[in-house]
Design a protein around this ligand. Structure first.
Ligand code: DON
Length: 622
């Protein structure tokens, strides 16, 4: 595969001159570099669960487009992956048409993120002394935002699908009614403590203590009935009998979501962000996700370096420059971002190349910049409006990638937030509720133990959507215009600019995304860099051990599988490091779950990379 490289900057040349050669030699273990992706000629689906992948593939084979398949996968994951797949949560779907046949050729970003209920308020998780009440925004009846998934998936089908809800929901309903065989990893996860605390969850997912064993068939008749009702009348979840039952459950159990909250919920169609990297177009998530703008800032900073010439993939020299880009982009994330319907945000300035160049000048070629000493380049961004306040982010969500036979692509990440969300199952409807309220800032101005920073742009308010890190992303070649380049204004704004009639979308290259809370953006960045700069194949990129830096805490984090020699090299440069679950032999010490597709630019073949950190997923195509 050949990608175009931008010229390396003088800084990179200097860097190469001063770095000890040995630090560029460290290399990933061969097992990561020799893995091969799944190959297909027409269409591809990659998800964390093989039954969900099969559901999507079946729909594609029946003539559905990528959106039909995505809706089928979304509903199927709600059944077979209750840890994160859901109808009681929310998420994002990025759709990129390959030509004028779908949405006139214009990409669209569906925001079906949860919303704070009408009775929510900025201080709702504080006690009388003004202290955060532990767990209140994470477990139980006060943790949930108004779910958006049913609205999002049905909207996607109605506006962009081809087959209709009846057909695309069929696999999910069958899986719920007839059951599916529980993989060992999932059966183990269903022992989760938050499920045990709520009667319906304990009954459905834990058989009242007689836990499901690996290989058993898991049936969910209540969920099947709810899905059937959604299929018959999707509006009923927000306006009809389903909404009534949901609101009655909330009222009876001290919850906050009312029939009015449900009736008010709307899917938002937003313009995706568009960045540039090594001559490629990076279509990605706008606010209320922080993911896209942070990814664009990272890539803008890195585009001034010839990353591949610094050393091998995940060698110390590469990690240093990439981690310093991470550190700087995450600093900005904390200060400015929130729900775009409630905030004005300086996204154009954050995405400017001049700003990235100014950031680059602050990067020492060898040593880390301590976060406490990091100073944002002056003259680019407005003053941060509020005090910084760190916030915990969590770690269960799911991403899937789909390309159909016409080349239309869907990249979608959706979530309950933490594993099994709030732990509460809406009885008798059989679905779990999210704990997305925890993605808001619980207490303005006061650092907590976790060190991730956010501003009052993300304070709780009725009807507001919490800031997310989810980063569904699609990479392509530039549009093809006739005459060449004429009219293509892409790059004139950080938002996607619609293509004029004389241009057609460029060839698809990558469909990317992952769960992982605050690590999502660095996982997506690492996957993209590994393929574009380092020419790893998509399977190797999905599986290679990860590193992460998020500005605060000022710690360079590594997955447990990361070569110890490299971690030690980074320590020797002055980084504080942490290897995930280093002292817990039983822990896998991993984060994220990249479910990825690459298009081989030479042959047009589709290459699927399923993340082997999870043992029950699958890339499959035809
Ligand atoms: O929207 C967010 O950023 C979080 N609620 C996502 C949580 C997550 O990725 C957990 N995943 N493993």
């Amino acid at each position: 595969m050949s990608f175009t490289f931008a010229l390396s900057s003088a800084a990179a040349a200097l860097l190469l001159a001063v770095l000890p050669a040995s630090s560029s030699l460290a290399q990933l273990p061969a097992k990561y570099l020799t893995e091969q992706p799944v190959r297909a000629n027409h269409a591809m689906v990659v998800t964390i669960h093989h039954d969900a992948t099969d559901a999507g593939l079946q729909i594609l084979r029946e003539g559905g487009n990528a959106v039909d398949a995505a809706v089928a996968v979304g509903f199927a994951l709600a059944v077979v992956y209750p840890e994160a797949g859901n109808i009681g949560g929310g998420g994002f779907m990025l759709i990129r048409p390959s030509g004028r046949g779908l949405n006139g050729g214009q990409p669209v970003f569906l925001d079906y993120r949860e919303e704070a209920p009408g009775s929510a308020g900025a201080n709702m998780y504080l006690d009388r002394a003004g202290e955060v009440i532990p767990q209140m925004s994470i477990t139980g009846m006060h943790a949930s935002g108004v779910p958006g998934t049913v609205a999002g998936l049905t909207y996607a089908e109605q506006h962009f699908g081809r087959l209709g809800l009846v057909r695309v929901m069929a696999p999910a309903i069958r899986l719920a009614r007839e059951g599916f065989v529980l993989p060992a990893q999932e059966a183990g996860d269903m022992h989760a403590g938050n499920l045990a605390r709520f009667a319906a969850s304990r009954r459905i997912f834990q058989r009242d203590g007689n836990f499901y064993r690996p290989g058993e068939v898991f049936r969910q008749p209540e969920l099947a009935a709810t899905l059937e009702r959604i299929r018959r009348d999707p509006a009923s979840f927000y306006h009809g009998k389903l909404a009534e039952q949901f609101a009655a459950f909330e009222a009876a159990n001290g919850g906050m979501i009312t029939a009015e909250d449900l009736a008010r919920y709307r899917v938002r169609e937003r313009r995706p962000l568009l960045g540039q990297y090594r001559g490629l177009k990076v279509l990605t998530a706008p606010p209320p996700s922080s993911g896209g703008i942070v990814l664009i800032e990272i890539l803008n900073i890195l585009s001034g370096y010839d990353v591949a010439s610094l050393g091998a993939d995940r060698s110390a020299n590469q990690i240093h420059i990439i981690a310093e880009a991470f550190r700087r982009a995450y600093m900005d994330r904390g200060d400015y971002l929130g729900d775009p319907d409630f905030n004005r945000m300086p996204l154009e300035q954050m995405a400017s190349q001049a700003y990235a160049a100014a950031w680059r000048r602050t990067i020492d070629p060898f040593s880390p910049t301590p976060s406490a000493k990091l100073v944002r380049p002056a003259g680019f961004l407005p003053a941060a409006s509020t005090p910084l306040h760190p916030q915990l982010e969590s770690s269960e969500t799911t991403h899937f990638s789909i390309v159909d036979a016409e080349g239309n692509a869907v990249s979608s990440t959706y979530t309950l937030n933490f594993g099994f969300g709030s732990g509460v199952t809406v009885d008798p409807l059989g679905f779990l509720l999210n704990d997305e309220m925890d993605d808001f800032t619980s207490k303005v101005g006061v650092p907590n133990a976790y060190g991730l920073i956010q501003s009052s742009a993300n304070a709780i308010a009725p009807g507001k959507r919490p800031l997310s890190a989810m980063t569904p992303t699609i990479v392509s070649e530039p549009p093809v215009c006739s005459p060449s380049g004429a009219g293509d204004r892409q790059g004139s704004s950080v938002y996607y600019v619609p293509l004029p009639a004389n241009c057609k979308p460029g060839r698809l290259r990558l469909v990317l995304g992952s769960p992982g809370g605050s690590t999502i953006m660095t996982t997506v960045a690492n996957d993209l860099i590994s393929v574009v700069d380092n020419h790893l194949n998509i399977q190797a990129a999905a599986d290679a051990p990860r590193f992460h830096h998020q500005y605060l805490p000022d710690v360079l984090q590594f997955e447990k599988a990361f070569p110890v020699a490299t971690v030690e090299q980074m320590q020797a440069r002055g980084y504080s490091t942490r290897r995930a679950a280093e002292f817990d032999e039983k822990s896998a010490g991993v984060w994220g779950d990249s479910e990825l597709i690459e298009v081989d630019p030479a042959s047009g073949e589709l290459l699927g990379g399923h993340d082997h950190r999870h043992t029950f997923g699958k890339a499959a195509g035809y």
